[in-house]
Design a protein around this ligand. Structure first.
Ligand code: NAD
Ligand code: MG
Length: 348
C-alpha cells in the first residue's frame, strides 16, 4: 500500500495564510473555491471577461477578478479551466504574475506532462486531483466527509511545496478520506489510458458492438438496448461495491459461466496488444501531439465525430426508452450544431 495522508498529516493553517486564486468556475472550480472558502482560506476566482460563470460565483459570495488580477493577487494559483484552453490563458494572464516563491497548481497533469507551458524554475508546481466530479467534491464536503485526491509535486522551489499542497487538499476535504501521492507523469498517463481503453473508449465501443450485433441479426433494437446498455449499470454498481467477485456472486451461475467463456473471446491477445500500443502512444507523446494539433486546428475531426456519434441508432432508441423510465431522471444532451459553413450550405 502507498502512504495515505489523512487530516493529521496536514496543517490547515499553511493554506489559510495564503491568497488562493481559483482560475475557472466549472465542475472542479466551484467545488475548490467554495470548500476552501468554507475552510477559512482567502479565495478569489479568476474568470475571463464575459464568462457565464461570473454570476454564479458572485451569487455564492465569492470575489471574482480577471484571470490576470487574480493570479497577481495570489500566492497559490489553481488552474481549473479545460485542459485544451490552459496554454493560451496561462501564457497571456498567469505566467506574467508567477513571481518567485508562488505555487502553481493543477487538478490534472496533461499540460505539464506534455510541456505545453513555459514554467519558471523559481516557483512550486503541484497537483491536487480529486477522484470525483466537482459537484460530488462539493456535496460530500458539505456532508462532512471528503473526496479522496491524488497529489503530486513537480517542482519544489520553496522547500514547502508538499506541506502546502497537503494543506490545500485538507481545505477541500480530501484528507478526511485519504490522499495518495503520485507524479504528474503517472497521473496523466494512467488517466489517458483509462479513458481511452476502458472507461470511455472501451465501454462505448463494447456497448455499440453488442447492440449492433443483435440488431443486425434481426432482434428488436429496444431489447438490444436493455441487454447491452441499460443493464450495464446494474453490473457496474455491483463491481463498484464489491469488485468482480461480488458481481459474479450476485449474477446467476449461467451468467458467471458466460463471463468466463465469452470474456476471453472478446478481449483477446490482439486487444491487449492494441492496449499496449495505445499506452505507448500516450507515453511517447504521440497521442498528446494529435489532440493538441486537433485543438489548434479548431477541432474539425473531433466535432464531426461527435455529431456522428450523437445520432447513432442506440442513442435514438435509448432516448425513447429512457422517457418511459422517469425514475432514471433521464437527461438529454444538447446536440452539437454543424459548423456554420456547413449549416449555411445546407440551408441554401
Ligand atoms: P469545466 O469545463 O467544468 O470548467 C471550465 C471553467 O473554466 C468554466 O468556469 C469556464 O468559464 C472557465 N473557462 C473556460 N475557458 C476559459 C478561458 N479561456 N479563460 C478563463 N476561464 C475559462 O472544467 P473541469 O471539468 O472542472 O476541469 C478543470 C480541470 O480539472 C481540468 O484540468 C480537468 O482535467 C481537471 N479535473 C476535472 C475533473 C472533473 O470531474 N470534471 C476531475 C478531476 C480533474
Ligand atoms: Mg480521468
Amino acid at each position: 500500500m502507498p502512504t495515505i495522508y489523512h487530516d493529521n498529516d496536514a496543517d490547515l493553517s499553511l493554506i489559510q495564510g495564503k491568497n488562493v486564486a481559483i482560475i475557472g468556475y466549472g465542475s472542479q472550480g466551484h467545488a475548490h473555491a467554495l470548500n476552501l472558502r468554507d475552510s477559512g482560506v482567502r479565495v478569489r476566482v479568476g474568470l475571463h471577461a464575459g464568462s457565464k460563470s461570473r454570476a454564479k460565483a458572485e451569487a455564492a459570495g465569492l470575489t471574482v477578478n480577471s484571470v490576470a488580477d487574480a493570479a497577481k493577487w495570489a500566492d497559490a494559483v489553481m488552474v481549473l479551466i479545460p485542459d485544451p484552453s490552459q496554454p493560451a490563458v496561462y501564457r497571456a494572464s498567469i505566467l506574467p504574475h508567477l513571481t518567485a516563491g508562488k505555487m502553481l497548481m493543477f487538478a490534472h497533469g496533461f499540460n505539464v506532462r506534455y510541456g505545453t507551458l513555459e514554467l519558471p524554475a523559481n516557483i512550486d508546481i503541484t497537483m491536487v486531483a480529486p477522484k470525483g466530479p466537482g459537484h460530488r467534491v462539493r456535496e460530500i464536503f458539505t456532508e462532512g466527509a471528503g473526496t479522496p485526491s491524488l497529489i503530486a509535486i513537480q517542482q519544489d522551489a520553496t522547500g514547502n511545496a508538499k506541506a502546502l499542497t497537503l494543506s490545500y487538499a485538507k481545505a477541500i476535504g480530501s484528507t478526511r478520506a485519504g490522499v495518495i501521492e503520485t507524479t504528474f507523469a503517472e497521473e496523466t498517463e494512467t488517466d489517458l489510458f483509462g479513458e481511452q481503453t476502458v472507461l470511455c473508449g472501451g465501454v462505448s465501443a463494447l456497448v455499440k458492438a453488442g447492440f449492433e450485433t443483435l440488431v443486425e441479426a434481426g432482434y428488436q433494437p429496444e431489447i438490444a438496448y436493455f441487454e447491452c446498455l441499460h443493464e450495464l449499470k446494474l453490473i457496474v454498481d455491483l463491481i463498484y461495491q464489491g469488485g468482480l467477485n461480488y458481481m459474479r456472486y450476485s449474477v446467476s451461475d449461467t451468467a458467471e459461466h458466460g463471463d468466463y467463456t465469452g470474456g476471453p473471446r472478446i478481449v483477446t491477445e490482439e486487444t491487449r496488444k492494441t492496449m499496449r500500443q495505445i499506452l505507448k502512444d500516450i507515453q511517447d507523446g504521440t497521442y498528446a501531439r494529435r489532440w493538441i494539433n486537433e485543438n489548434e486546428a479548431g477541432r474539425p475531426w473531433f466535432t464531426k465525430q461527435r455529431i456522428q456519434e450523437q445520432n447513432q441508432l442506440v442513442e435514438q432508441v435509448g432516448e425513447r426508452l429512457r422517457a418511459m423510465m422517469p425514475f432514471l431522471k433521464p437527461v438529454t444532451v444538447q446536440k452539437e450544431e454543424p459548423a456554420p459553413k456547413e449549416a449555411k450550405a445546407r440551408a441554401s
